[in-house]
Design a protein around this ligand. Structure first.
Ligand code: SAM
Length: 274
């Protein structure tokens, strides 16, 4: 179904760069709703004009969302159909709309997604990092201490980590990631996706952080940073543990030899025993 019925809230994704990434269903929906709640009505105007959408717009952004939500829910209850869009990509994903959708659902209003572009998912789809389990962290805190402590919380996570970052903080954030996750951890910087200067660079965090500092072009435009989850730790004591285990196991049963060799060398008892 794509023809809006009275009293429905349509959550519509818009392109993140390339204008052709706008689905026919999205265009049809925006043409047919009574009103479009847009993050920035002036920003969305060129896209709406390009697709001959002349539906009235109202502003719903992070600074007025609390105040506007009740009015929009009343309009929905009064039988108007409303579409929600943000400046780019999927509303609610590091964008306004959460309060509206929550209030609408609480009021029993049907909320219908019209899916489309999302920078994090687009980046993940070309990063070549494990995509079976991932975690979207949105924007990191802008202040260094808070950012580092957020990264510390994530250091042990085995899932692929996804971050949005602004161009003027990308170098700082990559340096912090290198320090917290280690220079060898694999990462991908996906910049200007679907736009003219699209670049996707994958390398260990140490190299990526150095490249971005050395090349100011990598600090321009919009970007997503993806970092591989923590892999199996390398047991640096294993070789020494195996040597000691070999000696001890001549006199002791394997389980006892493994226990003692682990205690002496710091290697994993489980690894030695197996
Ligand atoms: N709602 C949007 C979505 O679905 O992706 C995200 C909005 S958030 C305010 C904007 C951030 O998304 C940017 O700072 C950047 O991190 C990322 N982003 C948006 N467009 C992008 C693009 N074309 N290429 C890379 N990253 C992009």
């Amino acid at each position: 179904m794509s023809h809006p019925q009275p009293g429905q809230l349509w959550v519509v994704a818009t392109p993140i760069g390339h204008r052709d990434d706008f689905s026919a269903r999205a265009v049809e929906t925006l043409r047919n709703v009574a009103v479009i709640a847009a993050e920035d009505t002036r920003h969305s105007r060129p896209l709406l004009i390009h697709y001959n959408i002349d539906t009235p717009t109202i502003a719903l952004h992070e600074h007025n969302e609390r105040d506007v939500v009740d009015a929009v829910v009343r309009r929905l209850q009064g039988g108007e159909s409303v579409a929600l869009i943000s400046d780019a990509g999927t509303p609610l994903i590091s964008d306004p709309g959460f309060r509206l959708v929550r209030a609408a659902r609480a009021a029993g209003i049907r909320c219908i997604p019209v899916p489309g572009a999302c920078a994090a998912i687009a980046a993940l789809s070309v990063a070549g990092l494990p995509s079976d389990r991932f975690v979207f962290e949105g924007f990191l805190p802008p202040k260094a201490a808070a950012r580092r402590s957020r990264l510390q919380e994530l250091a042990g996570d085995a899932r692929t980590l996804m971050f949005y970052e602004s161009s003027h903080r990308v170098a700082e954030s990559l340096a912090d990631m290198r320090d917290v996750f280690g220079a060898q951890r694999e990462a991908v910087l996906a910049r200007e996706l679907t736009k003219l200067f699209e670049t996707v660079i994958g390398e260990p965090l140490g190299e990526l952080a150095a490249r971005v500092v050395a090349d100011p072009d990598q600090q321009r435009g919009e970007c997503v940073i993806l970092v591989a989850g923590r892999g199996e730790e390398v047991d640096e004591n294993l070789a020494e543990g195996q040597r000691v285990f070999a000696i001890l196991s001549e006199e002791l049963p394997p389980s006892k030899a493994a226990k003692l060799a682990a205690a002496i060398t710091g290697a994993s008892r489980k690894a030695l025993y197996s």
